[in-house]
Structures are given as structure tokens and as C-alpha cells.
Design a binder for this molecule. Structure first.
Ligand code: ZN
Length: 91
């Protein structure tokens, strides 16, 4: 999601595919020759894209899948995160 007024991007990332440091972000025990390079490439691409966006003046906000499991908490979490992040950014 892009917030052009604030030059901000909100990305919701799946814990498995983007290797979050949580129980969902673990590499499968089977076929590791396949999974490890694939997941590392995804993390590398994320990092490269984040750096590019930041170099263009964007604020990048990452929300992890595991942070979205409780809707009532997620709404508060998003509100606080977005307000805190964007409040201090000059428009
Ligand atoms: Zn996670």
C-alpha cells in the first residue's frame, strides 16, 4: 500500500516467504537445497527494494503476517504504527 501524501509504503509480508524471525519463518527441514536459496533470494530482494525506496525518500513500514492474527489488536497496532511513523515525517 502506497501513501503518496506521506511518501510512505506499507508492506505486509508473509512470515514464511520473507523469513521473519518467528515460528512461521522457519526453513522446512526437507528439500533445504531448494528452500534456502529461494528464501534467501526473497530476503535479499526485500532488502534491495527497501533500500531503493528509502533512497527515494519513502518511509517503509513492514507488517508481518504473524502481527495480523488478532484483528482487534491489529487495528490498534496499525493505528499506532502509522501515526507514530508518519507523524514525525515532514510532508
Ligand atoms: Zn512472523
Amino acid at each position: 500500500m502506497v501513501l503518496p501524501k506521506y511518501k510512505a509504503v506499507i508492506q505486509i509480508r508473509g512470515c514464511f516467504w520473507h523469513c521473519h524471525n518467528c515460528k512461521r519463518g522457519t526453513v522446512p527441514k526437507t528439500s533445504q537445497d531448494y528452500w534456502i536459496p529461494k528464501l534467501r533470494a526473497t530476503v535479499h530482494r526485500d532488502r534491495r527494494n527497501d533500500e531503493l525506496l528509502v533512497s527515494m525518500g519513502y518511509t517503509v513500514i513492514v507488517i508481518w503476517e504473524c502481527q495480523t492474527t488478532r484483528p482487534e489488536e491489529f487495528e490498534i497496532f496499525m493505528d499506532v504504527l502509522v501515526r507514530r511513523t508518519l507523524l514525525f515525517k515532514p510532508v
